[in-house]
Design a protein around this ligand. Sequence first.
Ligand code: GLU
Length: 504
Amino acid sequence: MDKKVRVRFAPSPTGGLHLGGVRTVLFNYLFAKHHGGDFILRIEDTDQTRFVPGAEEYIFNCLAWCGLTPDESAIHGGPYGPYRQSERKALYRDYAEQLVAKGLAYYAFDTAEALEAKRKEIPNFQYSHATRLQMKNSLTLSKEETEQLLAAQTPHVIRINMPADETISFTDMIRGEVNFHSALVDDKVLLKADGMPTYHLAVVVDDYLMKITHAFRGEEWLPSAPVHIVLWKHLFGLENMPQWAHLPLILKPDGNGKLSKRDGDRLGFPVFAMDWQDPRTNEKTTGFKERGFLPEAFINMLAMLGWNDGTGQEIFTLEELVKQFSMERVHKGGAKFDYEKAKWFNHEWLKKLPVEQWMPEVKKQFEANNITITDDKKLIEVIELVKDRCSLFSDFVQQASFFFKAPEAIEVTAIQPKWNEQKNLFFAELIRAYELMPLWKHDELEKEFKEIAAVNDIKPGELMLPLRIMLVGGKFGPHVFNIAEIIGKEETIKRMQHTLGMLK
Ligand code: GLU
């Protein structure tokens, strides 16, 4: 590539960051870094009615958590700022006026009431080549009338004058040639009555001014592409236009339509990168981070939603992804989201990364469940014992809280039916023996257990489950003597006595 690659992620700060949004960031980032280019974050906040306090900060936090650091942004700075469109307001009008002067856009003075009346009159009304001559705009008014209205500061917008009968084409890096018929595209507003540009004008002007070479965004923006192509053609010449790629959707687990936040709520999995609380409704939505995902796993999982390197490899570090990524290998079709597979990625990453690196996250999960961990060494030992059974940080609470706190519920019903006096005596003897143990080590404990079982003529297998339930509360957990070793002599004996009391 001759020009330095410059890509951008251009979110509107309107709410939580959906995993589809993070995947767009990721593919932008991977492409830029693969080609030694720059990744720019531009905040598209021209729609003041959709502004949500905190949403911008949230986007930055999500990117920081994922380790996808922009080279240029409103907080990282850069030579093409400002990187917030609301701070660039003054520069857009001139471009809209240039288009008006060339007859490629026009002033429209229609009031909200007039538009409403038209909508009632014409079903599915669109302000377009078919209707524009019935409206109050600089195409239907005389030059003098238009000038008078402008001089009197009559509220108005500037609309694009979409060609009535043209094929608009461009080459998408994923889809190949894409064609639109201009007659189906309405005359989008470019500049609003408050002087703010709409997204359509701002995205084109800023991609030009920021020297963007490649623009990748979600497939839902494909219908806007013809407007952008026409603007590019008339403002800056098509040869300067970035190369487009419209990324396939992330689909619901059953493949029926785009994955939404509601699907996550319904099926019990996160859809946002991080926890998000909507300040307007106070509604809280869980994120992958807080649900117990490692950023490495989250990124890896997202990369595989719609891309692979063709070798069957599934586990990639960010550096490996940068090396291997190419837009040609992004699929055209949507990618089904599979939460079980997402957890599998996390499980693999938990095994791959040193425990010390992510132990604090597990600690936080315990703390959130009112279990205070004072001994990090013990926590690491515990994590090593149970990590094969855990996919998420939160799983550790379920799999290992008994190491730190006596179980609240004891599943005695699982022992009761086969309980008898002989077993009762065995455990009484075991407690006595354990009280005298000089060395509290799992192999010593197991040896003692087996010897006493042999003397009492009971198969150790029949005693193992009761002991497990006494220590853990249920039929789960790692090797029972490892558990006893870690919780210690006093606690082991206390828990045995407690359950024996319940069995009488
Ligand atoms: N502001 C648009 C959004 O919120 C960006 C679309 C684009 O990248 O062109 O997603």
